[in-house]
Design a protein around this ligand. Structure first.
Ligand code: HAM
Length: 431
């Protein structure tokens, strides 16, 4: 007795830190986001792909890359019983590129447009909008270098947030060049930072040698001061990258999108080339990035494939749900049961079970009472179920082959022949 009381107050198990249960109350938001995502992708010609929750560890260490926080500090890594090193996917792009190469999707007309809704795992310090397991909706256009495709992906991301009913977000873009021009830029960055290395935060001191581009992304005030005066990547672009970035901006403008060029935007994954972009909520405080993406023209080669220029985007579903709530966007209610079936006595229970089965086969959603609760208890359950009608079967109804049909709003009740329940429900639903 004492043990069970203690357990009630201190459950033995809790969801691991940084993860959360999505309870039925929340599911309306998730269904809304997922339906809008599917509709958007259909409109833009993107098809769904699902990849495994875990992958070969090297897939991420080669692409997202060592020297990034995600690979160095945040991956969930484990060895399976055969000794293979695996990682829970921290993001969706590298797995999709792996699938593209593995299944020869390069044989299809290019670009191949794919989308996904998947879990992502990162061992981060949990806070509002930052979890260790989060969910992403993302889309990728693989196998085409046209800057019009960058514009398509950015516009599509913008359209997605609009279709959710969200407002107050902004689009930031930048170009971080390619393998030809970026080394010159990295060199200029290092020159800018080198007299000040001792004053950098410990993380940035490591970044200075391992991943200088990430210096621009540090949120610490002392490092931000240096980032503000740092050289800009767009001043170091080669001719091809400059033309590409100008075209992206020209197309975005032609599509009527407003955006800002943010010189310090570099993104937290290493596979990007040329265009990078982020969509930020101006209303949320910390963790305001609703989504981000960019071009990754070299990623397929890093995985052993041919050159396959590609571009994509992903947004965090938890952050969208947070914004939908904060902005009080009206979400359609999830469908409830049409009918609750209550009974009194064993014979009536059998009839109730058979009737419920029959109604469900006619596409009528039925919730059934169970156990030997009093009729009063069953009616309470009927009320909370949200069903519009309750069917009550007692001894008299079994004998007469009828049911009592109760309208839950008006409280009106009538006796209906059991064989005519579907018609009676149809009548009230269409009246
Ligand atoms: P990312 O910026 O790392 O990009 O993640 C995409 C989005 O996922 C973020 O903008 C944010 O909304 C959400 N997110 C990231 N980490 C967390 C977290 N710990 N908790 C809650 N939400 C989070 C990528 O993952 C790239 N694969 C995007 C991409 C697709 N680039 C090209 N194609």
């Amino acid at each position: 007795m004492l043990y069970s009381t203690v357990r009630e107050f201190f459950p033995l198990y809790k969801a691991p830190r940084g993860t959360s249960d999505i309870l039925p109350d929340e599911q309306g938001y998730w269904r809304y986001v997922e339906e809008k995502a599917a509709l958007l992708c259909q409109l833009y010609g993107y098809q769904r792909i699902t990849t495994p929750v875990f992958e070969d560890l090297r897939l991420f260490s080669r692409t997202v890359a060592e020297g990034t926080d995600i690979v160095d500090k945040e991956m969930y890594i484990f060895q399976d019983r055969s000794g293979q090193k695996l990682a829970l996917s921290p993001e969706g792009t590298a797995p999709i590129c792996r699938a593209y190469l593995e299944h020869g999707l390069y044989n299809l007309p290019q670009p191949v447009r794919l989308y996904y809704i998947a879990s992502a795992f990162r061992y981060e310090r949990p806070q509002a909008g930052r979890q260790r397991q989060h969910h992403q909706f993302g889309f990728e256009a693989l196998g085409d270098a046209d800057p019009a495709l960058d514009a398509e992906v950015i516009e599509m991301a913008n359209q997605f947030f609009l279709s959710l009913g969200l407002s107050g977000f902004s689009i930031q873009i930048n170009s971080i060049g390619c393998r030809t021009c970026r080394p010159n830029y990295i060199e200029a960055l290092k020159q800018h930072y080198s007299p000040h290395v001792a004053s950098l935060c410990p993380d940035c001191q490591v970044r200075f040698t391992r991943n200088p581009l990430r210096l621009l992304d540090c949120k610490k005030p002392s490092c931000q001061k240096l980032a503000k005066t740092a050289p800009k990547s767009i001043d170091y672009l080669c001719n091809d990258c400059r033309t590409h970035f100008e075209s992206v901006q020209k197309y975005l403008t032609a599509l009527g999108l407003s955006f800002q060029v943010k010189h310090r935007l570099v993104r937290g994954l290493d596979y990007y080339t040329r265009t990078v972009f982020e969509i930020e909520s101006q209303r949320e405080g910390a963790q305001s990035a609703l989504g981000g993406g960019g071009r990754y023209d070299d990623l397929m080669e890093q995985l052993g494939g041919d050159s396959t220029p590609s571009v994509g985007f992903a947004a965090g579903i938890e952050r969208m749900v947070r914004s939908l709530k904060a902005q009080e966007v009206n979400i359609p209610a999830l469908p409830k049961s049409d009918v609750f079936v209550a009974y009194r006595g064993d014979e009536a229970k059998l009839e109730a079970m058979k009737l419920a089965l029959r109604l469900r086969r006619s596409q009528i959603a039925v919730m059934e009472a169970t156990g030997n609760r009093s009729l009063k208890g069953q009616m309470r359950q009927a009320n909370t179920s949200g069903a519009n009608h309750t069917i009550i079967i007692g001894k008299t109804e079994v004998e007469n082959q009828t049911v009592i049909l109760r309208d839950m709003k008006s409280g009106e009740q009538k006796s209906v022949p059991s064989a005519e329940v579907e018609a009676a429900l149809e009548g009230v639903n269409t009246a």
